[in-house]
Structures are given as C-alpha cells and as structure tokens.
Design a protein around this ligand. Structure first.
Ligand code: SF4
Ligand code: SF4
Length: 92
C-alpha cells in the first residue's frame, strides 16, 4: 500500500515542453510522460496521483517557468501533552 502523500503537483500542459527532466529527477518516480501528444506536439509530463513528497525537485529541474506547481501538504497536527496545571489554568 502506498504511504500517504505529503505533496502533490500539477502540470500545465500548455507550458510543459515534454523534456522529461522532471520525470528523471523525481525521487519516488511519481511523474511520467503522457503517451498522448499535447496541442504543441509534445508528450507532457503528468502526476501519477500518489507518492509525491512535495520535495520540489521537479519544480527546480523544470526549464519552463510555470509548468509545474508543487503543493506541500500540511502534516497532521501532533497530539500535545497538557500538564494538570495548564488544564486547570485554562478551565478558569
Ligand atoms: S515534488 Fe518531488 S516527489 Fe513530488 S513530483 Fe516533484 S520531484 Fe516528485
Ligand atoms: S521538466 Fe518541465 S517541461 Fe520538462 S517534462 Fe517536466 S514539466 Fe514538462
């Protein structure tokens, strides 16, 4: 089973030139080139939909400004321990 994604990416097919640099650079290999051609006659990259860590390597590798947008998911809130004194203080 895939681990919970910590990020996601979107790729603008109108900006992507299909160079494949992001596909090669992505550590978890969650990008690939489409088999279909875009309107510009290239095979644009697309996100496979899981395993993105939000590392941003694809963004920094891509030569086309605006082709890739990386979203980093906020981690789930950690449970915090509260002392009895703090709990009593907030109760008043
Ligand atoms: S942000 Fe990192 S893990 Fe996510 S698609 Fe880009 S290179 Fe891959
Ligand atoms: S590096 Fe950029 S231009 Fe090249 S395939 Fe990936 S998104 Fe497209």
């Amino acid at each position: 089973m895939a681990s919970q994604a910590r990020g996601k990416v979107t790729i603008d097919v109108n900006e992507c030139k299909g160079c494949g640099l992001c596909v090669e650079a992505c550590p978890p290999k969650c990008l690939e080139l489409e088999t279909e051609l875009s309107a510009y006659g290239v095979h644009p990259a697309h996100y496979l939909g899981e395993d993105c860590t939000g590392c941003g390597i694809c963004f920094y590798t891509c030569p086309e400004p605006g082709a890739i947008t990386v979203y980093k998911m906020a981690p789930p809130p950690k449970a915090t321990l509260t002392t009895t004194e703090e709990r009593n203080a907030s109760a008043h």
